[in-house]
Ligand binder design. Structure first.
Ligand code: DGL
Length: 271
C-alpha cells in the first residue's frame, strides 16, 4: 500500500496486544494520523526471550511495517525497545522511536529526591536500559528496578482491579516503597492498565510515568519538527495486523484501546 507524502502512516509494532496502549495515546495526541500496527501475537511474550531472538523478531517486524511505506516507526514494546532499538536504528534509515528514552526523560524531570523506580519484564530489567538512559541525564539519580512477570498475564486475563493483582502489586512494589522512590516508570506496555492499583499501593505522593503517553508526546514533537504531519482532512485509517488468530487480540485489544478495533488482519506469510 503506497500513499503519498504526509498521508503516510505511523508504523507501530509490539510483541502482541500491549502496544495498543501506545496506539491509544497516539490516537489521542495525533488524531489526524494514519496508523499501521503489527502485534506479533504468534511469538509473544518477548519479555522472557533472549537478546538474539528479540533482535531477530524486531528486524522482521520493521521489515513488515516498511511494506506499508510508513513515515516513522514506533517500537511500542518496552522489551524490544530495551534490546533491539540500537540495532534497528543501525539497520534502517527511517526514523525509529522507542519507549525507553521518553519515559526516562520524563522521570528525570519529575523526581525531586533523585530516587526513581522502574518496573518491567524480566528482559527489560536485565537489559538495564532504563538505568542507562536515566544516568545519561543525571548520574546522581538512584534507580531501583523490579520485574513484575505476572502483571502481563493478569492484565490480559482482565484482572485489572482484582484482589489477586493487588496482592501481587504489594509484593512486587514493596522494595520500591522501601527505597522511597518518588517517581515510578511503568516500563511495560501493559502496566498503564494497572495505574489504579499501582497508585493505590505506592501512595499518592509517588509520580507514575506512563511511557506510552510520553512516547506519543515524543512522536508528536518529531512529526511536527520534521513537517511530517498528515495534512489531509478526513477520517484517518487505523489498520491492525497480527501474526496469529485475531480473535483474542480483538477481544483483549478493546480493553487496551478503550474502543473496538476495526480492520484486524492475520498476516499469512512469515513476517
Ligand atoms: N510488550 C512487552 C513489553 O512492553 C510485554 C509483553 C511481552 O513480554 O512481550 O515489555
Amino acid at each position: 500500500m503506497k500513499t503519498g507524502g504526509h498521508q503516510k502512516a505511523i508504523g507501530v509494532f509490539d510483541s502482541g496486544v500491549g502496544g495498543l496502549t501506545v496506539v491509544k495515546e497516539l490516537m489521542k495526541q495525533l488524531p489526524g494520523e494514519n496508523i499501521v500496527y503489527f502485534g506479533d501475537t504468534a511469538r509473544v511474550p518477548y519479555g522472557t526471550k533472549s537478546k538474539d531472538t528479540i533482535i531477530k523478531f524486531s528486524v522482521e517486524n520493521v521489515k513488515f511495517l516498511l511494506k506499508f511505506d510508513v513515515k516513522l516507526i514506533v517500537v511500542a514494546c518496552n522489551t524490544a525497545s530495551s534490546i533491539a532499538l540500537s540495532s534497528l536504528m543501525f539497520h534502517f534509515k527511517i526514523p525509529i522511536v522507542g519507549v525507553i528514552r521518553p519515559g526516562a526523560k520524563a522521570a528525570v524531570r519529575l523526581t525531586k529526591n533523585k530516587r526513581i523506580g522502574v518496573i518491567g519484564t524480566k528482559t527489560t530489567v536485565r537489559s538495564e536500559s532504563y538505568e542507562d538512559e536515566i544516568k545519561r541525564y543525571d548520574k546522581s539519580i538512584k534507580v531501583i528496578i523490579q520485574s513484575c512477570p505476572l502483571f502481563v498475564p493478569l492484565v490480559e486475563e482482565g484482572l485489572i482491579r482484582d484482589s489477586v493483582t493487588k496482592e501481587m502489586a504489594q509484593r512486587y512494589l514493596e522494595p520500591l516503597k522501601k527505597a522511597k522512590v518518588d517517581t515510578l516508570i511503568l516500563g511495560c506496555t501493559h502496566y498503564p492498565l494497572l495505574k489504579y492499583i499501582i497508585k493505590d499501593v505506592m501512595g499518592s505522593g509517588v509520580n507514575l510515568v506512563d511511557s506510552a503517553h510520553q512516547t506519543a508526546k515524543e512522536v508528536r514533537g518529531l512529526i511536527l519538527e520534521k513537517g511530517l504531519a498528515n495534512s489531509l482532512r478526513g477520517i484517518p485509517r487505523h489498520d491492525f495486523y497480527v501474526s496469529d488468530e485475531p480473535d483474542n487480540f480483538i477481544k483483549i485489544g478493546r480493553r487496551f484501546l478503550g474502543k473496538a478495533l476495526k480492520h484486524v488482519e492475520r498476516v499469512k506469510e512469515d513476517v
